[in-house]
Design a protein around this ligand. Structure first.
Ligand code: 13P
Ligand code: SF4
Length: 312
């Protein structure tokens, strides 16, 4: 008699084995998904880790551009995304045809530039770019762009502004933003700081300048995990990024206390796109072998740019 699997977690573990699959999860996934994942990380770590997977199937618990990137870097793998509608407001803010027209206009006006694009973008936009950056490698890549050309930074204007400040490079900024990071309330952050004297504020560079200005540390999700690890005594951290990051920080650094910085209209700051993935959808995509990211014509050009930017 086969054992009766009552817990969905057991079902997922058994299906991973049966289907020769690994589960990759971003830090913004619910804790129960991160717990089950084989690899958890930021966009950079997950993109690189995907290229080292030996299993034939990758289940990507994140959003569409992440799963798409994993497929582009690993054409021979089957890449599944538990919910195909898990999008991203940043990727949506830069349609490829609009970028193409804008680049043409700059060229007609005699501007010499390279396009540096945040990984939170579609493959068609990546295919129009010279470089792809994540929050983890952006400064390094910006320093690879020759000094005698301008930088067109797409699509996150806040990250672009931050990178312009830290590298001293002037940039033409696309007008996009992350719907989660854009709504942190600076007023509420200042109230929290007063209530918790001695607290340390950490913010993602997707946050607007008014939040970054009041932060002790600005960095991507992986950098946050490392930074918090440098504090020896129990400390209060005010966290200005997607709320599930707190689950991760708390499990890696249990002696500290983490407090979410509230948003203007809500206190949760959860990404609705990331939140589309659930344990049930993870199980179902393993069972059905779908929804699957399939190869698209623009992936060939996007692959060159991604490999040059993230793997070399
Ligand atoms: P990182 O994990 O690369 O910091 O990215 C944050 C993010 O917004 C992903 O959607
Ligand atoms: Fe996109 Fe922001 Fe959600 Fe990340 S948190 S997937 S940048 S909408």
């Amino acid at each position: 008699m086969p054992a009766i699997l009552t817990d969905i977690r057991d079902e997922i573990r058994a299906l991973k084995q049966e289907k020769d699959a690994v589960l990759l999860a971003h830090y913004y996934q619910e804790g129960e998904i991160q717990e089950l994942a084989d690899i958890v990380g930021d966009s950079l770590h997950l993109s690189r880790a995907a290229t080292k997977v030996t299993a034939s199937t990758i289940v990507f618990c994140g959003v569409h551009f992440m799963a798409e990137t994993a497929k582009i870097l690993n054409p021979a793998k089957k890449v599944l995304l538990p919910d195909m509608l898990a999008g991203c407001s940043l990727a949506d803010s830069a349609p490829a045809d609009k970028l193409n027209r804008y680049q043409e206009m700059l060229r007609i006006n005699g501007r010499r530039f390279q396009t540096v694009t945040y990984i939170n973008s579609t493959a068609s936009v990546k295919a129009l770019s010279d470089w792809i950056v994540t929050s983890g490698n952006a400064e390094q890549i910006i320093r690879r762009v020759p000094d005698d050309v301008e930088i067109l930074f797409v699509p996150d204007r806040h990250l672009g502004q931050y990178l312009s400040e830290v590298t001293g490079r002037k940039m033409i900024l696309w007008d996009g933003a992350c719907m989660v990071h854009e709504i942190f309330s600076v007023g509420d952050l200042l109230v929290q700081k007063k209530k918790l004297p001695g607290s340390i504020t950490i913010a993602h560079p997707e946050c607007p300048a008014n939040i970054r200005e009041h932060s002790d540390f600005v960095g991507g999700t992986e950098a946050m995990v490392k930074y918090v690890g440098t504090f020896a005594t129990p400390t209060d951290f005010l966290v200005a990024t997607e709320a599930n990051m707190i689950w991760r920080l708390q499990s890696v650094h249990p002696k500290h206390r983490f407090h979410p910085v509230p948003g203007i209209s809500c206190a949760c700051n959860k990404c609705p796109h990331m939140g589309r993935n659930t344990l049930e959808k993870v199980r179902d995509c393993l069972l059905n072998g779908a929804p699957e990211i399939t190869w698209q014509p623009e992936f060939d050009r996007a692959k060159e740019v991604l490999e040059r930017s993230l793997l070399r």
